[in-house]
Design a protein around this ligand. Structure first.
Ligand SMILES: [Fe+2]
Length: 300
């Protein structure tokens, strides 16, 4: 069996065949997947029936696993999944019941419907995210992806020159603020502090530049806040035009893997008070960035 990849979107999404990710991978397989990620940025692996442990094992081929912020902030008795490395992307509570409309965790997670890059609120954001579909609603609940390399390439030269070297400030507070969520426990304030990132990043392997955008952005260093937010909104609008976007309609046992350094994504609405959607997420620390995050805020 050898790995094959066919395009699902001409710019940046491929579908992988000829692999069983529940089994240990050879170095050749890992290299083929990494090369596919560099070429595309999003890879879908359909028909992969895997356990939580197998998802973690498969993910570890690509680096160190992140512990999710939502998992860290949840009380142990409120966690549905035992493993902290496994993000619970579902609308179920610890008793496997649908979360109520005013459930705080539900409202927090609704910000995933805004375009974002995973964990960009951390000093080192996520590299790859891997999402596995366990229970899929009858309609809605797609995940959309936008190619930040193509979006960068399509900017005019004046804008490219203007944004080169700009430093943005990211915090989970900024994305939640946009949907009116402010209900944080006070003991977590250290995790809410803004972190700096470059607006334009260069991929460590391909050398391609991309926009590092995210709804977690709340400012640009040296800019007045309203000007920064209006500009980030403009760039986001540019970067998520239909020609840069792929919408993934989930099937049970799809695993979709993407590179947060080169794509943004968002979840789409579904009838989450009536239907179950259960996906499991693993994320890899975003090492190898050509441009390391700098402490621009401290330098101010
Ligand atoms: Fe996400």
């Amino acid at each position: 069996m050898s790995i094959g990849i066919r395009p699902l979107h001409p710019l940046f999404v491929g579908e992988v065949s000829g692999i069983d990710i529940s089994q240990p991978l050879s170095r050749t397989d890992v290299a083929a997947i990494e090369a596919g990620m560099d070429r595309y940025a999003v890879l879908a692996f359909p028909g992969q029936g895997i356990t939580d442990d197998q998802q973690c094992e498969f993910s570890r081929n690509f680096g160190e696993l992140e512990v999710t912020l939502a998992g860290q902030m949840a009380k142990p008795e409120d966690r549905r999944l035992a493993k902290l490395e496994l993000g619970d992307i579902s609308n179920l509570d610890a008793q496997e019941k649908l979360r109520a409309r005013d459930d705080s965790r539900r409202m927090y997670a609704l910000a995933n419907r805004l375009w974002h890059s995973d964990a960009s609120f951390r000093a080192v954001g996520a590299g790859y995210t891997l999402l596995h579909g366990r229970i899929i609603p009858k309609s809605g609940g797609n995940t959309e992806f936008a190619d930040m390399r193509a979006a960068y390439d399509a900017l005019d030269d004046a804008t490219k020159a203007e944004i080169d070297g700009l430093i943005t400030e990211h915090s989970i507070v900024f994305s939640r603020e946009q949907i009116g969520f402010t209900d944080y426990a006070t003991e977590h304030t250290d995790k809410l502090r803004p972190v700096p990132h470059r607006l334009v990043e260069m991929h460590p392997v391909t050398g391609r530049k991309s926009l590092y955008l995210s709804s977690h952005i709340g400012g640009i260093v040296g800019w007045p806040v309203p000007e920064a937010r209006a500009f980030i909104r403009d760039l986001t609008e540019h970067a998520t035009q239909p020609q840069f976007v792929y919408s993934h309609a989930w099937r049970v046992n799809d695993l979709v893997m993407w590179d947060n350094r080169t794509v943004m994504h968002r979840a789409r609405r579904f009838r989450d008070l009536e239907e179950v959607r259960d996906l499991r997420r693993t994320s890899i620390k975003g090492t190898g960035l050509a441009v390391e995050p700098v402490s621009a805020v401290a330098a101010e």
